[in-house]
Design a protein around this ligand. Structure first.
Ligand code: SAM
Ligand code: SF4
Ligand code: SF4
Length: 338
């Protein structure tokens, strides 16, 4: 097992399969125009499979498919069946906005996918349109219903923004209960792409707990020893929910995840300015052994703790200026996969 300079193991990989998306969430893709990764640069399934094999040899046992919107990647179930056959992977999951999930849920399950997270920020149609720019709430709900039927249970991820959807915490918990979905509230992060971010728009973990305590009564933290980003809690009736407090109480100290973009750039932190170009190595003829070495060197030199560094800054505003995002789309959250 590889460890970085802060003694964190390499265990989790988030694999982005496309930078394209069929929504324009205000906290992720608020701009009118985007620069896309060149199509010829996207890794094909064989290349992805080769790299995943090497990551698994180096200790990765949790893999999450993401994007952009991963269900826009053509023939995704074929990739899922290639990945689910890998002996070293204990966990294969998917994060999606849910729009195309009803269409693909059965096939993804047959291909070996067992865990799905759907992003859902509001239950209100008008608000969904204002937040994500497309009138797709019904298809998302159909996708969630399909996921509940096919996978039995699911997670629902909600980015909470003050003055936008912070009055829906209870409604989302209740909805989650009705679809066997565990809701996880995510603090609004000042990542690349979140050009509308400001500290005043962040609803903090403390505020989320306070609001839910007012409605439900005492909330009990669940004691868990895990590197998972969400802290989980139980309501008095036993309902479980999570909070991902990346902005006000970051968890960099236990962070064992890295990210591979659809064009094969490997990022060791969500906030990293630079990545390691594994596509160039692969297409340049590097042997698996050489790529193993690149990955080992990269991880062993890692000391990133981006969210903690951001928290330590005095005045805080959007992380990357728009001009820089246009110059290098790898800085975007939708390219890094969230
Ligand atoms: N399109 C898929 C989806 O939305 O689920 C997968 C990719 S998306 C980039 C992955 C996750 O990143 C989503 O759950 C989204 O809510 C989260 N995300 C994007 N921008 C964010 C921000 N500024 N703060 C917190 N979470 C964010
Ligand atoms: Fe929204 Fe996900 Fe698309 Fe970003 S990548 S705009 S979070 S659906
Ligand atoms: Fe990990 Fe970087 Fe996120 Fe911290 S900011 S939890 S180091 S990815």
């Amino acid at each position: 097992m590889l460890h970085d300079l802060l003694n964190r193991p390499l265990r989790n990989l988030r694999l982005s399969v496309t930078d394209r998306c069929n929504l324009r969430c205000n906290y992720c893709m608020p701009e009118a125009e985007y620069v896309w990764l060149p199509r010829e640069d996207l890794l094909n399934f064989e290349e992805i499979s080769t790299l995943v094999d090497i990551f698994v040899e180096r200790g990765v046992d949790h893999l999450r498919l993401t994007g952009g919107e991963p269900l826009l990647r053509r023939n995704l179930p074929t990739l899922v069946s290639m990945l689910s056959a890998k002996a070293g992977l204990n966990d294969l999951a998917l994060t999606t906005n849910g729009i195309l999930l009803a269409e693909h849920a059965d096939e993804l399950h047959r291909a070996g996918l067992r865990r799905v997270t759907v992003s859902l920020d509001t239950l209100q149609r008008d608000r969904f349109i204002a937040l994500a720019r497309f009138d797709e709430i019904e298809r998302v709900k159909d996708g969630i219903a399909a996921a509940a039927r096919v996978f039995g249970r699911l997670k629902l991820d909600t980015v909470v923004i003050k003055g936008v959807n912070d009055d829906e915490l209870v409604d989302l918990i209740e909805y989650g209960r009705s679809v066997n979905g565990e809701v996880r509230f995510i603090e609004y992060m000042d990542v690349g792409g979140a050009t509308q971010w400001s500290p005043a728009r962040v609803l903090s973990r403390q505020e989320i707990i306070l609001a839910l305590t007012e409605r439900y009564g005492p909330i009990t933290p669940i004691a868990e020893h895990s590197s998972a980003p969400a802290d989980r809690f139980t309501l008095p009736d036993g309902t479980v929910f999570g909070i991902i407090s990346s902005t006000t109480e970051p968890f960099c100290r236990t962070c064992d995840r890295s990210r591979l973009t659809a064009d094969g750039m490997w990022y060791l932190c969500l906030y990293a300015a630079r990545g390691i170009d594994l596509r160039a190595a692969l297409r340049g003829g590097a042997t698996p052994e050489e790529i193993r070495e690149i990955i080992a060197r990269g991880w062993q030199n890692r000391d990133d703790r981006g969210a903690e560094v951001r928290l330590g800054m005095g005045e805080r505003r959007a992380f990357v200026p728009i001009a820089s995002l246009r110059q290098d789309p790898h800085l975007e959250m939708h390219t890094r996969g969230g």
